[in-house]
Design a protein around this ligand. Sequence first.
Ligand SMILES: [Zn+2]
Length: 321
Amino acid sequence: MFQDIGPHRLYNEYTLKRPAKADDVLIVCQKGRVLLKKAGEVNGSPSQGKAPSGQGEDRLPRCGDFPEVLADAEKLQYLIEVDETAFYLWKGSAEEERPDVAENGNAKERLSDAGKESYGAIRFSVERFGFEPLSTLRRLKPQELAYGAVTACHLADWYDKNRYCGRCAQAMNPDEKERAMRCPVCGNIVYPRISPGIIVRVTDGDRILLTKYAGREFTNYALVAGFTEIGETLEETVRREVMEEVGLKVKNIRYYTNQPWGFSQSLLVGFYAELDGDAAITLQQDELSVGVWMTREEMPSRADDISMTARMMENFRLGLD
Ligand SMILES: [Zn+2]
């Protein structure tokens, strides 16, 4: 699964003391998207299309890609580390550098002379860098850095949304000892938010219940899933979500495993359950477009997927559990 990056290791401790290096990853987020360096650069100019693997793929930007970053370390917030590679959040702004501006000496002069307005901004060429949806990181290689990047983006979004105190509106400061934002006026402390959610594989003998989401880009088959509401146990979430999404009752709910899933800022907990009673599906149509019972033989393979949902489906298809 996505988090299985051994022998590599993700370090989430809030203890890094060393300054940023040129090959550390720079996380720049904007409206839920992340800045990536585009694929296929040859002699400094982008080529058409994307090479199938290796050097030709999109990659994470490094601090060394932006000279102004290493010169302005106060704008860097340490996030996590994977092996020896640290991930830093850029707290300044990001400004696109259009080719017609970059190639024109006078215009470039004006940009760099923008003074206070652009203080703390990184400038990136739109030919070489671009903001991409977080889901792009599902396919990014190597996997250990992609997993690090999703985790870093989860944290980056939390920092972005907690710049001001929710109680007294004062600017918050990062705590010096633990991963928290602290209000210097009223003492309010805010910790990173992780939302628990369940994924449940419902079976009925040799059949599995598969669904498809309504109105989403993701069009593969999925399992019933949902976030835990306040005041309920994970098993109660399982029963409620199965009833809401497909109108079925379940029994023999068993824990399978769990998966940190930074794409939805959640910790997903996987359960197996069996149908209890009537198998007729009543679809929750604003959430799902498809809900079907399928045999092992009818199921598509999801062997290449990094998600726990895919693992749970694949285990059933192959008769592994
Ligand atoms: Zn406050």
